[in-house]
Design a binder for this molecule. Structure first.
Ligand SMILES: [Fe+2]
Length: 93
């Protein structure tokens, strides 16, 4: 499992310097996910973690296939992340 703070830190490390607009997009998505999670009925840590991490596959450090959802998901799987988180990143649109 990747905790919320770990998800934010990982996304920041991979996106903020290289891809600041992508990073700002991720910050916005995470804020929306936080609001949604606070309303209940969701697994908040999983939802917010996926929001932070959904676009990490754009990082040049992770590009492999060139399809960012898959590249991000493969990286997370390699880190031993929860398979549900891996799948949310792999299948986001
Ligand atoms: Fe994306």
């Amino acid at each position: 499992m990747v905790e919320r703070s770990e998800a934010e830190a990982l996304a920041q490390a991979l996106l903020a310097g290289e891809l600041p607009r992508r990073w700002q997009h991720s910050v916005g998505v995470a804020r929306q996910a936080d609001r949604l999670a606070a309303s209940g009925g969701f697994e908040g840590d999983l939802l917010v973690g996926a929001a932070w991490l959904h676009d990490i596959g754009y990082s040049s450090q992770l590009v492999d296939t060139g399809f960012h959802p898959i590249d991000g998901a493969r990286h997370l799987r390699g880190l031993g992340a929860d398979e549900r988180l891996v799948n949310l990143v792999a299948h986001h649109s």
